[in-house]
Design a protein around this ligand. Structure first.
Ligand SMILES: NC(=O)c1ccc[n+]([C@@H]2O[C@H](COP(=O)([O-])OP(=O)(O)OC[C@H]3O[C@@H](n4cnc5c(N)ncnc54)[C@H](O)[C@@H]3O)[C@@H](O)[C@H]2O)c1
Ligand SMILES: CC(C)=CCC/C(C)=C/C=C/C(C)=C/C=C/C(C)=C/C=C/C=C(C)/C=C/C=C(C)/C=C/C=C(\C)CCC=C(C)C
Length: 587
């Protein structure tokens, strides 16, 4: 056998394969002769239009420069930006999406190496089922005539926690709840009451048609049609999961388990996690289930971008927006780093609010609303991520797809490098790796401050050292022989995430500074700048692919009303937007 070091690739920064990864993803031959990672997916049969246009344009998609104003310009093609753009295009708007990177998707993008197709971010997809009102990823694709084949995950996550507490979150609710009760039989009643409350909220959410909570005609219409459900949501809006859990549960270890349940989706404990968000994820995983798109998560963004182009709108890559152009205090367009300008009736930023107000509008004093946001929320830490290709033999038969590991001490839950997230998407879709191999995508929270001020050599050494320690922990806890099974390894630091995702400090998203009043302080899509909207995870309801999809749906509805594609009432608008602004100051 060749020496290991020779087979392990030197750590390099995350980037799709040059020169045009989107083209390669969809058209290149896979390791076993198929068509890339998407051969069985929605993109198998035809070359996506967005990509085909990109090839003609020498890497950039779309045209339109110098043409009349667009209805909306969207800065960034994360899922938040793409959903806002496609929803607007589906309503008949002419949209231009400007993406700094080479392919769409942002944190939900992909990259390929040596026959492996890696998801950049999460592989756990909520909202991707075929039922209910909360399958927002499915609905977003449908709006532009796209449907992706998905693989049902039999579980959401396998928790490996202190004191050898092991809990598998089964797809079937009864199986999960019985497993949890079997670990904490003395808390049976409390467990049932807590998760029943989650279901009450989830069922209320699931009964509504989800559109902009900043649009009064819709909001009052929903209150009229579903008063009980809306009042339930209004009641829980300012509450957090940890407080509700404490009403029913006393056992400290069980409360810590609920902290871990919340942490994996909010990067904070249950006392800081809004109850509505917790209910959404703790129930959707059983209602619609977690479903993985065949060919990888990157296919969602490709499909949306493709659908957008088919609806007559445009997406342009390698388009780094440096300024939002204001005219008499109104956002009227954007300027790129190469000096090109584009104009539109509205501008939607999918960059984080820190980037939008700190960089794209740098000459303006921070508006009061944003000061309030930054008073309530800080940037969550970034990640250290390790993408690995391993020999399949290292995984025991029946290994679950997603794992969360916190070995000895509950106090380490929220600490940098304290807990480990692990996804093995090839358990569901073997086409993502060459025959006889699996993908291990490992990540742990890490702050940018640990990674600054290092020389190139120190930086590379530190990545290697930290990654090896994480691998050693996984080897000890889950997979003996892991280190020796690695055939490909790439390590991304917070600096990598900052660089490739254009996210301030590489942040994962907003995190409450203290104990929030549920979702009350979270800003929606309108901003204090006329014509400028925000979308993505620094808007209501926060982090998460399904959460940013909802933010995109809300944003498109509000923008559509403002540009005359949906009904609106200026008087009611002024009243509701003022009221919501006031609510946020109470938080
Ligand atoms: N490991 C994980 O599980 C993981 C990691 C990170 C994020 N995520 C999920 O993804 C969510 C984020 O989605 P999102 O839609 O808010 O954002 P996003 O960060 O995914 O996408 C933003 C996009 O905007 C582009 N962009 C930013 N500034 C730009 C500029 N000035 N000009 C042009 N383009 C610019 C970026 O290149 C990126 O493609 C997170 O909340 C999280 O849930 C998951
Ligand atoms: C307006 C006013 C004031 C009032 C009124 C009342 C009402 C009507 C209200 C309503 C509301 C609503 C509708 C709401 C909604 C909400 C929603 C939809 C939400 C959602 C959410 C979601 C979320 C948060 C999600 C998240 C997720 C995530 C983050 C995920 C992640 C994942 C990961 C990281 C993975 C893991 C992994 C491993 C373990 C491996």
């Amino acid at each position: 056998m060749p020496p290991l070091a020779a087979r392990v690739h030197a750590p390099i920064l995350l980037a799709p394969v040059a020169p045009h990864p989107a083209t390669r993803l969809c058209a290149s031959s896979g390791p076993r002769g198929g068509v890339g990672g998407f051969r069985r997916g929605a993109l198998a049969s035809e070359k996506p239009q967005a990509v085909a246009v990109a090839e003609k344009a020498g890497g950039e998609v779309g045209g339109g420069e110098g043409e009349g104003p667009y209805d909306a310009i969207v800065i960034g093609s994360g899922i938040g930006g793409l959903v806002a753009a496609t929803q607007l295009a589906a309503k008949g708007a002419r949209v231009l999406v400007l993406e700094k990177y080479l392919i769409p998707g942002g944190s939900s993008g992909y990259y390929r190496r040596d026959g492996f197709t890696f998801d950049v971010g999460s592989s756990v997809m909520f909202g991707f089922s075929d039922k209910g009102n909360l399958n927002l990823i499915t609905q977003a694709l449908e709006a532009v005539g796209r449907k992706m084949e998905v693989l049902p995950d039999p579980s959401t996550v396998h928790f490996h926690l202190p004191g050898d507490l092991s809990v598998l979150v089964h797809r079937k609710y009864e199986d999960f709840i019985n497993e949890l009760i079997s670990k904490f039989p003395h808390e049976k009643e409390g467990i049932l009451k807590f998760y029943d409350t989650c279901w009450k909220i989830f069922n209320s959410l699931n009964s509504l048609e989800l559109k902009s909570l900043e649009e009064p005609l819709y909001l009052f219409g929903q209150f009229f049609q579903k008063p009980l459900e809306c009042l339930t949501l209004a009641y829980y809006l300012p509450q957090n999961a940890g407080d509700i859990a404490r009403k029913f549960i006393k056992d400290q270890e069980l409360l810590s388990f609920i902290d871990a349940e919340c942490f994996i989706v909010s990067t904070v404990n249950a006392l800081q996690t809004p109850m509505i968000n917790a209910s959404m994820v703790l129930c959707d995983r059983h209602f619609g289930g977690i479903n993985y798109p065949v060919g990888g998560v990157g296919g969602i963004a490709i499909s949306l971008a493709d659908g957008l182009v088919e609806k007559g709108s445009e997406i342009r890559y390698k388009a780094n927006v440096t300024n939002v152009i204001l005219e008499n205090g109104k956002a009227v367009g954007v300027r790129l780093s190469n000096g090109k300008e584009f104009f539109a009736k509205t501008v939607i930023s999918n960059a984080t609010r820190w980037d939008t107000f700190g960089k794209l509008l740098k000459e303006k004093e921070l508006p009061e609303e944003e000061k309030n946001f930054q008073k309530n929320y800080v940037k969550a830490p970034s990640f250290l991520s390790i993408h690995m290709g391993v020999k399949a033999s290292v995984l025991p038969a029946g290994t679950d797809c997603h794992h969360f590991v916190l070995e000895d001490n509950w106090n380490n839950l929220e600490k940098s490098y304290g807990s480990i997230f692990l996804s093995i998407p090839t358990v569901l879709d073997p086409s993502l790796a060459p025959e006889g191999h699996h993908i291990l995508h490992v990540f742990t929270t890490a702050g940018i401050e640990d990674w600054e001020g290092l020389s190139r050599k120190e930086y590379e050494e530190k990545k290697e050292e930290v990654a090896n320690e994480i691998i050693r922990r996984l080897e000890k806890k889950l997979f003996p022989g892991l280190q020796d099974s690695i055939v490909l390894k790439e390590v991304g630091s917070p600096k990598t995430h900052r660089r490739f995702l254009a996210r301030n400090d590489g942040t994962y998203g907003p995190m409450p500074r203290g104990k929030p009043k549920g979702l009350l302080a979270m800003p929606f899509n309108t901003t204090s700048i006329d014509g400028l909207y925000c979308v993505g995870d620094s808007c209501f309801p926060g982090q998460g692919v399904i959460a940013v999809a909802f933010s995109g749906i809300m944003c498109a509805h509000r923008v559509a009303a403002d540009i005359g594609l949906e009904q609106k009432s200026p008087v009611l608008d002024a009243g509701l937007l003022g009221l919501l602004r006031w609510f946020r100051t109470l938080a």
